[in-house]
Write a protein that binds this ligand. Structure first.
Ligand SMILES: Cc1cc2nc3c(=O)[nH]c(=O)nc-3n(C[C@H](O)[C@H](O)[C@H](O)COP(=O)(O)OP(=O)(O)OC[C@H]3O[C@@H](n4cnc5c(N)ncnc54)[C@H](O)[C@@H]3O)c2cc1C
Length: 389
């Protein structure tokens, strides 16, 4: 990996060095050593985000979720240390935040999702205070654990915004971890746990729903569907939900809380929304089978890797995988999450590259040696697992 400082045109430009961009770049370089790949990425740190849930649940240290960006980029890729500001696909050009421009023959768009905290009135002012926490930001995940640890009974709410979100299981997982801790501390009796989801079902993959409902029942977590968190008053410790009933009638309901874990609404990054690559919803307009852009795809390779229930058949549809895990034995799942998965991520993410595994109708991104481990761990389901690439 080397750092690019002057204007250049590259064979491939990747925007965003998260899980998706890094593994796509690594995969390309593995197949074509010597390919001129530039990765546009402003952040000095690469986070292993799945472990944020464990940090919030008190089972993992935040320090272990972060590595220097330079150490995770694939060998042979050039690092353009800046944010992309504007996409000009007609000219095969990306304008950077600092005014520089870079050209490309092929473009890979993987800047992740924007966390839209401001869509919930009053949320930003109270995040990290007044019992309002979120695992979706590394600077806040440790506060989630503080809230859970200091909870002495009362009302604990966990929210899920409208789709799409990254890791569709994360909003539930922290609810289960908290419930488990309250049980161990013997304060479940004086605690009221509620899971508020903006959508009409607990999970977007119907097969998982009955299993997850069983888990929620076991922990005595009330499930409130069609409740979208729209405002938080941190000082009064009140949350306002927009509830839509079966007839489509909408009403606002305000409830007091002692602990509120918020999963923020999520959307496409602004520079993507405002670009000629975007569709009406703001996402890169790709063919769902090839991930090539519907108009510019012939000259460019575009892969918009957004996650969640409308996961666009991209190589990372992670949510269902993880809530699926919540249905299995906690010990096996916990061991895998704490020890095996982070290790595999750091070991293989950069230099082996991402690859897809199809399992129970869903596509997951993983590194190649990891495929085999997934299949081994899947037990019975291994028989129906088929490897795509
Ligand atoms: C709390 C939590 C729990 C999760 N749990 C799981 C789990 O258990 N299992 C699982 O598989 N997944 C889980 N995920 C989801 C997983 O982390 C994401 O699916 C994955 O990180 C998405 O990768 P990405 O590369 O698309 O986006 P990101 O990892 O978000 O990376 C995007 C990159 O693009 C960069 N970028 C942004 N804007 C620009 C710009 N303008 N120019 C250049 N670069 C830019 C960012 O700095 C970032 O490095 C979880 C996520 C969270 C937050």
């Amino acid at each position: 990996m080397s750092e690019s400082t002057s204007f250049q045109t590259h064979q491939v430009v990747v925007i965003g060095a998260g899980a998706a961009g890094t593994s796509v770049a690594a995969s390309l370089l593995r197949q074509r050593p010597g390919l001129d790949v530039a990765i546009v990425e402003p952040s000095d740190v690469h986070y292993y985000q799945p472990a944020f849930t464990l940090v919030g649940g008190g089972a993992y240290s935040l320090a272990k979720t972060a590595r220097p960006q330079a150490s995770t980029l694939p060998t042979g890729a050039r690092w353009v240390r800046a944010a992309a500001r504007e996409l000009q696909p007609e000219h095969n050009r990306v304008v950077l935040e600092d005014g520089r421009e870079i050209g490309y023959e092929a473009l890979v768009v993987t800047p992740g999702l924007k966390l839209d905290w401001d869509k919930i009135t009053g949320l930003r002012e109270t995040l990290g205070r007044n019992g309002v926490c979120s695992n979706y930001d590394p600077s806040l995940a440790a506060y989630t654990w503080q809230c859970i640890r200091q909870f002495r009974g009362g009302k604990a709410f966990f929210t899920q915004p409208p789709a799409p979100i990254k890791c569709a299981g994360a909003p539930q997982k922290i609810a289960y971890l908290a419930a488990d801790y309250f049980r161990k501390k013997q304060i479940s009796g004086q605690s009221e746990l509620r899971f508020y989801a903006a959508g009409g079902a607990l999970f977007s993959v119907p097969d998982f729903v009955p299993h997850l409902e069983k888990v929620a029942r076991r922990y005595n977590i009330g499930l409130l569907m069609n409740h979208n968190l729209v405002a938080v008053n941190g000082d009064k410790k009140e949350a306002t939900f927009r509830f839509t009933d079966g007839e489509g009638t909408v009403q606002e309901i305000t409830e007091s809380f002692d602990l509120l874990h918020v999963t923020p609404p999520q959307c496409a990054q602004d520079f993507v929304k405002n670009s000629p690559l975007a569709n009406a919803d703001g996402w890169v307009d790709v063919d769902q089978h090839t991930l090539q852009h519907v108009h510019f795809g012939r000259q460019q390779l575009t892969a918009h890797l957004k996650n969640g229930s409308r996961g666009s058949q991209a190589v990372s549809r992670s949510g269902s995988q993880h809530s699926g895990a919540a249905c299995q034995g906690a010990t096996e799942s916990q061991l895998r999450r704490l020890h095996l998965l982070p290790h595999c991520y750091w070991l293989w993410q950069g230099d082996v590259g991402g690859i897809c595994v199809w399992w129970q109708g869903n596509t997951y991104a993983t590194a190649k040696p990891f495929q085999r481990i997934c299949v081994l761990l899947a037990g019975e389901e291994a028989r129906s697992a088929s490897i795509l690439l």
